[in-house]
Design a protein around this ligand. Structure first.
Ligand SMILES: [Zn+2]
Length: 254
């Protein structure tokens, strides 16, 4: 059966639910982590309606997740942001301020401040998360070498405030769960050795009690689809992008 469909996504949530995991937003997890806890993080890079579909499925199952929106028109849809927040999910800011300002820290923090303020007009924001911008040579996390997000009422950033030796990290990078090796920025330091390729492998591990107690899943809902044609198109694009990313990464190592 096809992977990375909404059907498969529902199966994953059902498996986690049956195995008595708690679902916490990232904000809740930071404030009071439960022993058996899943954080469903969503990076809304584009196609916000796909994220809305995820949010509605979760709400039906009484599950809460965290959605990070970019301050660009293809992500920032105020109707979607409001609806996702009203369904009980956490909304955060998916910042890319050093890409936008080509590494100029002073402009980057201005960009950060004004976008955060705009998002807070729609919903409270307590956490942020870096957007990887794989094609850019700037890493927006570098903003925090000079500034401190805690000065802006932000309590956590997934790349700084989680010990991934305790919390298992998986991301759907490249439409597989073990594609982080090809990602330029979306990887974390961890001592976990478990790797899963397909969603079915994760579901099987959950059912067997072999899946870690605490985990963060990062979803890019634009990569998940129920429509076969759209799905194939996205897969082709994704593969092309990975080749470029890999090439780019190799170049950067030289
Ligand atoms: Zn992103």
């Amino acid at each position: 059966m096809m992977d990375f469909t909404l059907q498969k996504y529902k199966e994953l949530l059902n498996a986690l639910n049956s195995a008595s995991y708690n679902f916490q937003t990232f904000e809740e997890f930071i404030q009071q982590p439960k022993e058996r806890s899943i954080v469903l993080r969503h990076d809304v890079d584009l196609l916000p309606l796909n994220s809305l579909a995820f949010a509605r499925i979760q709400a039906k199952k009484k599950v809460a997740g965290t959605y990070y929106f970019r301050a660009v028109p293809k992500s920032w849809d105020e109707k979607v942001i409001r609806e996702i927040a009203s369904l009980g999910h956490e909304v955060g800011y998916h910042y890319e301020c050093l890409t936008t300002t080509k590494g100029v820290l002073e402009l980057g923090i201005q960009d950060f401040t004004s976008n955060l303020k705009a998002l807070r007009l729609l919903t409270p924001v307590k956490t942020i998360c870096m957007h990887g911008s794989p094609m850019s040579k700037y890493d927006s996390k570098d903003l925090w070498k000079q500034y401190n997000y805690k000065d802006y009422g932000i309590i956590a950033e997934p790349y700084f405030d989680v010990d991934y030796n305790d919390v298992y990290y998986v991301t759907d990078t490249g439409r597989k769960w073990d594609g982080h090796k090809t990602s330029v920025r979306d990887h974390v330091k961890t001592s976990f050795t478990n790797t899963y390729h397909s969603t079915d492998e994760i579901i099987q591990a959950i059912r067997q009690g072999a899946f870690p107690n605490q985990a963060m899943f990062t979803f890019h809902p634009q990569r998940w689809n129920n429509n076969f044609l759209k799905w194939s198109k996205e897969l082709v694009l994704q593969n092309a992008k990975n080749v470029v990313k890999k090439h780019f990464y190799v170049n950067r190592q030289i």
